[in-house]
Design a protein around this ligand. Structure first.
Ligand code: ZN
Length: 218
């Protein structure tokens, strides 16, 4: 831990995100960058220098992209994903099956499923998972709108694509109960051996989940 303190006074693991230049502007930039996920003080200093060196080719276009994104990107009023139009392009795409809803925790999960190109239904973004530890209850997530949507849009199947964490699975159980009297079919992602995975490298939880979810061959 360094003894030097920046004008914003923030320290943390790996040392304060300060620069010897004494420039308030540069320090503010580094402080803000260091709040990004995955960027500690050291990476924030490198990113700041990288931006400053590439003022015209990177820093100014990034500034413009951030300003535009901050002004135009909003949550979709139907599915809760992020887009510049409302309803979002997925909700307003008539070519996608409105009868199948894939429920995800976060927008990043929706993007991951979209990247596969394997799903042609629509989505519902919960905004997180139930968590007793963090005090997140059903009213903090987009659960009532999901149930209302299932009833209103004659949804046939709800796919629970939640993370294989304790909170993710607790939330999946809760959603299955909440949806039980709507008559919709509730399914969940299979858990098991990843494509290209070798059994010897799998953790015990993955291997036992794969074993209990085994299917008949042929
Ligand atoms: Zn939408």
């Amino acid at each position: 831990m360094t003894l030097r303190r920046g004008s914003l006074g923030a320290g943390g693991p790996g040392g304060a995100a300060t620069t010897p230049s004494g420039s308030t502007e540069i320090e503010t930039l580094i402080q803000l960058l260091s709040r990004l996920p995955g960027l500690g003080p050291r990476s924030a200093r490198r990113a700041a220098l990288h931006l400053i060196k590439r003022r015209d080719s990177l820093m100014l276009p990034l500034t413009e992209a951030l300003t535009t994104a901050a002004a135009r990107i909003k949550p979709c009023s139907v599915c809760n994903t992020l887009d510049t139009v409302d309803p979002c392009v997925i909700c307003s795409d008539a070519g996608r099956d409105a009868g199948v809803l894939c429920v995800v925790e976060q927008v990043g999960d929706l993007w991951a499923i979209e990247r596969t190109g394997a799903f042609k239904g629509r989505y519902h973004v919960l905004g997180g998972t139930l968590s007793a530890l963090d005090g997140i209850g059903p009213d903090d997530l987009s659960i009532a709108p999901l149930v209302a949507r299932v009833r209103k849009d004659a949804v046939r199947e709800v796919i629970l694509a939640l993370n294989a964490t304790v909170d993710g699975q607790t939330t999946a159980h809760y959603l299955a109960e909440r949806l039980a009297d709507t008559g919709v079919a509730v399914t969940r992602l299979a858990h098991g051996v990843p494509v290209g995975g070798e059994l010897d490298y799998l953790d015990d939880g993955t291997l036992s989940a794969a074993l209990s979810a085994r299917r008949q061959v042929g």
